[in-house]
Design a protein around this ligand. Structure first.
Ligand SMILES: CC(C)(COP(=O)(O)OP(=O)(O)OC[C@H]1O[C@@H](n2cnc3c(N)ncnc32)[C@H](O)[C@@H]1OP(=O)(O)O)[C@@H](O)C(=O)NCCC(=O)NCCS
Length: 307
């Protein structure tokens, strides 16, 4: 009998996790996921190994689960031995201790007509339920976009070194509080991301009332990354506006700022991911010239309630 161990990942496990992810890419398990996606996500794992759970069989890493990027994968030669289930159980237990409502995973397959995949069979067998569809959208051509001024009384500015990180983190969490899928960041994670060498401080813009610059009400986070052909693409990471400030065009001002920033950097394509059920956001992006490239179903496994 082989021995299974499930534990938080450590630095030396990152290479094995990367090899498993590349194996999943090669076998075509992850529709629409690119090598560039894998490289970015593995960079995140390397920065915070303990944010990933690994399963080992006889001391060898054979699978991993990263909640931040909704990735579960088991090495092709080690499947149907309960490793996926063991990883999911560990992630659910961890989510419970953190007060999170559920574990959300990308489950390839589905659509119309439905595509039957091992991942869907796994999701059904382990009691997961379909929750949302994340769509990747793309806009080609970024030239000639006019600047959209912020409405009267509101100023847009890049996130400067003087910005209170706590205020920025609260803004992110409050903007996403009613999001179709649960999304939450903590100050420690954001501080770590901002300390990384690849961090682009001027890639974040805030909007705030003119007379309360320390209390931002909206933000957009952008960065550039190379696609699989080595061409740099502008990525709109997140856009959020506080509920009380919606419907005044701030989201569009922020998205337009991002697109113009990419154009000024010489980029010609922009990408973003949005939950399809988030109709307001979807319409905004469509009206700013984005089209859907791929749809990724997301399923969740609830944390059992304590009561
Ligand atoms: C989906 C995946 C993570 C499952 O990992 P795994 O370790 O093989 O899963 P388990 O052995 O714990 O399987 C648990 C149950 O899921 C179901 N299941 C898993 N794979 C299945 C398949 N290929 N066909 C039918 N049912 C399957 C079975 O009911 C299984 O229980 P059983 O083996 O006792 O019948 C793995 O196939 C994988 O890495 N796929 C590529 C990456 C991917 O698609 N990730 C998304 C994951 S949601």
């Amino acid at each position: 009998m082989s021995e299974r161990e499930v534990r938080p990942a450590r630095g030396p496990d990152v290479a094995a996790i990367e090899a498993i992810w590349h194996a999943c890419l090669r076998e075509g398990a992850w529709e629409g996921v690119t090598r560039a996606d894998v490289e970015r996500d593995i960079g995140d794992v390397a920065e915070d190994p303990a944010g990933t759970i690994v399963v080992l069989e006889d001391g060898v890493v054979v699978g991993s689960l990263t909640t931040r990027t909704n990735d579960l994968s088991v090495a092709p030669g080690s499947r149907r031995r309960g490793h996926g289930r063991a990883l999911l159980d560990a992630a659910v237990a961890q989510a419970g201790t953190r007060g999170e409502p559920y574990v959300l995973l990308y489950v390839p397959g589905g659509g119309d007509p439905p595509r039957h995949t091992p991942a869907r069979s796994f999701a059904v067998a382990t009691g997961m339920t379909y929750r949302a569809t994340l769509t990747r959208m793309r806009r080609d051509g970024l030239g000639g976009l006019l600047e959209l001024p912020a409405p009267p009384g509101v100023l847009l500015r890049p996130l400067g070194p003087d910005v209170d990180l706590e205020a920025y983190v609260s803004l992110i969490n409050a903007s996403f509080a009613s999001h179709p899928t649960w999304f939450h960041v903590d100050t420690e994670t954001v501080a770590r991301a901002h300390a990384a060498p690849s961090f682009e401080a001027d890639g974040i813009a805030l909007v705030a009332p003119e007379d309360r610059q320390g209390a931002p009400v909206g933000f957009v986070r952008t960065y550039a990354e190379a696609d699989d052909a080595g061409v740099a693409v502008g990525v709109v990471g997140h856009v959020g506006v506080l509920p009380g400030w919606r419907g005044r065009g701030l989201g569009r001002v922020l998205v337009r700022w991002a697109l113009r920033r990419f154009a000024a950097q010489g980029l010609d394509r922009a990408e973003l991911s949005v939950v399809a059920a988030n109709a307001d956001a979807l319409h905004l992006y469509e009206s700013e010239g984005f089209v859907t490239v791929v749809a990724w179903p997301q399923w969740s496994k609830d944390v059992p309630s304590a009561g």
